[in-house]
Design a protein around this ligand. Structure first.
Ligand code: NI
Length: 174
């Protein structure tokens, strides 16, 4: 089921999310819904608070183009266990902040530990777009958005645009 994606500014996008105690069938369904919502948007990552669920769950698929098979993954309670000193800059966007992009600098590679859909812990090192995406999505679980890395003026400009978009959508009942 495709879920509506919350738009910034929204207090639910600023909150710390709760860890998941164990993987239940309901949480499996939530992960499936989030992947469906992410692909439909379309996007490469989505965090549970973006659909108003305050749990530590993110989904991603950063495979580009049609050559490689898709790689949907769901990460419960993801934690960064190591980050490279080397940084990389990427022009980031967010499904909760549509059509707004800005350059954000983050560690180029990170190792992440998480609980998988099978209830087992997994650990993997991510690089390239995957590294940027996983850090962006984990930030969501801590109430942090990519615009929080920008200067106050740029952040305010984007927030005002988003407030206007939300007013328009409310008026036209989209
Ligand atoms: Ni985002």
């Amino acid at each position: 089921m495709i879920r509506p994606i919350l738009l910034h500014p929204d207090p639910r996008l600023k909150k710390l999310c709760d860890p998941v105690a164990e993987i239940t069938p309901e949480l499996g369904q939530l992960a499936a819904d989030m992947l469906q919502t992410m692909y439909a948007a379309p996007g490469i990552g989505l965090a549970a608070p973006q659909i108003g669920v305050m749990k530590r769950l993110i989904v991603m698929d950063c495979v580009k183009g049609d050559v490689d098979p898709p790689r949907p993954i769901a990460l419960f309670n993801p934690e960064i266990t190591w980050a490279s000193e080397e940084l990389s800059t990427y022009d980031e966007g967010c499904l909760s902040i549509p059509d707004q992009y800005a350059e954000v600098q983050r560690p180029a590679e990170v190792r992440v530990r998480w609980l998988g859909l099978d209830g087992k812990h997994q650990e993997e090192q991510f690089s390239g777009l995957w590294a940027t995406c996983v850090q962006h999505e984990i930030d969501h679980l801590n109430g942090k958005l990519f615009i929080d890395y920008l200067g106050p003026l740029k952040r305010q400009m984007i927030t005002r645009k988003m407030e206007k978009l939300k007013r328009e959508r409310a008026r036209f009942g989209e």
